[in-house]
Write a protein that binds this ligand. Structure first.
Ligand code: FES
Ligand SMILES: [Fe+2]
Length: 340
């Protein structure tokens, strides 16, 4: 999907950084092709501005933060968190001060991440019940860029057919590639999907992370797709262990995404240390990265819609594309090309 070409995609919340990375120094990011800069003010609140000074267009992120305000590194014009210029150091009585502004964007902290919406949001940040459920802990796993379009990752997250092959070294089984169709139910924010599957448990790390001695186990999953580029998958194992994987593909450009992934688990550090939780899920997710980065980023919507080849397991991806296509139509955009 050429995400940067569709203004309606600016009307969603995206996580852009772990809260721990945004402090009293300018933090630059590119969201939907737009350069932004974030920082944390003296009162603890987060601010986000367009990373472009309104004086001579320098990147504000090359400057510094002073008293909770960002100072341009070129001539020192200083902006508050709302984007108003509050100081022109060389000319304290600068007559056009009130007109000097930089666009500011909505910014909140949720789930230990900083979320930004470039325009008025159409939906709220995804609701993740386990974030406040007693007995669950959060383990952060991924904050890194992948050279893929955001939709590619979302499609892959609901594609049961790839597991036997992409994950043949971890939990997949090429001798059992058959799949049963997922139940998919469309909802206002995206869709929900359930599936059960027998998977392999290979190696010490997997046995520890899944807390079983058996070579196989059954995973019951309940997944949600939050339009446009976030998913939550609750994986329940027969002995009561639950992993809730949250994966967001924040679109930086058309072909580059920031991958943010964390997991909620109803076990403790004593059961499985954080480092092993991270190592387990990262090993699996990096198998996806390799294959996804090998795919072409830009595929027309029609390629997987209707007459072209697809399997039963491609259906969630087709529904995604149709719902995104409708979103664009509903907001007055001509459907161009939707691809990963
Ligand atoms: S370009 Fe920013 S102060 Fe001049
Ligand atoms: Fe995968």
């Amino acid at each position: 999907m050429l995400a940067t070409q569709h203004p309606v995609l600016r009307r969603f919340w995206y996580p852009v950084a772990p809260a721990s990375k945004v402090g009293a120094a300018p933090f630059p990011f590119t969201l939907l092709g737009e350069k932004i800069v974030l920082w944390r003010g003296a009162d603890g609140s987060y601010a986000c501005l367009k990373d472009r000074c309104c004086h001579r267009t320098a990147q504000l992120s090359l400057g510094f933060v002073e008293d909770g305000q960002i100072v341009c590194g070129y001539h020192g014009w200083t902006f508050d968190g709302a984007g108003a210029c509050v100081r022109v150091p060389q000319q304290p009585d600068y007559p056009a001060l009130e007109k000097a502004r930089v666009p500011a964007y909505r910014t909140v902290e949720r789930y230990n991440y900083i979320w930004v919406a470039l325009d008025e949001p159409l939906t709220d940040i995804p609701d993740l019940p386990e974030a406040s459920l007693p007995g669950f802990r959060q383990v952060d796993q991924f904050y890194e860029t992948w050279d893929i379009g955001a939709l590619r990752l979302m499609e892959n997250s609901f594609d049961s057919a790839h597991i036997a092959y992409v994950h043949r070294a971890t939990f997949g089984d090429v001798s059992r590639p058959e799949i049963t169709a997922r139940q998919v139910t469309q909802v206002e924010y995206g869709f929900e999907s359930t599936m059960s599957a027998v998977v392999k448990v290979r190696g010490d790390l997997a046995h520890k992370a899944v807390q079983t001695d058996s070579g196989e186990t059954t995973r019951h999953t309940h997944s949600q797709w939050f339009m446009p580029f976030a998913r939550r998958t609750a994986i329940r194992y027969p002995h009561g262990l639950t992993h809730v994987l949250v994966t967001c593909a924040t679109p930086m450009t058309d072909n580059r995404s920031m991958i943010l992934q964390w997991v909620y688990r109803n076990d403790t550090e004593a059961d499985v240390p954080t480092s092993q939780v991270i190592a387990f899920d990262r090993a699996i997710t990096l198998e996806d990265k390799t294959i996804l980065e090998s795919c072409e980023a830009d595929v027309p919507l029609s390629t997987l819609d209707g007459e072209e080849m697809h399997m039963v397991s491609d259906r969630p991806g087709l529904i995604m594309r149709r719902m995104l296509s409708k979103l664009l139509r509903d907001h007055g955009e001509t459907e161009r090309r939707l691809a990963g």
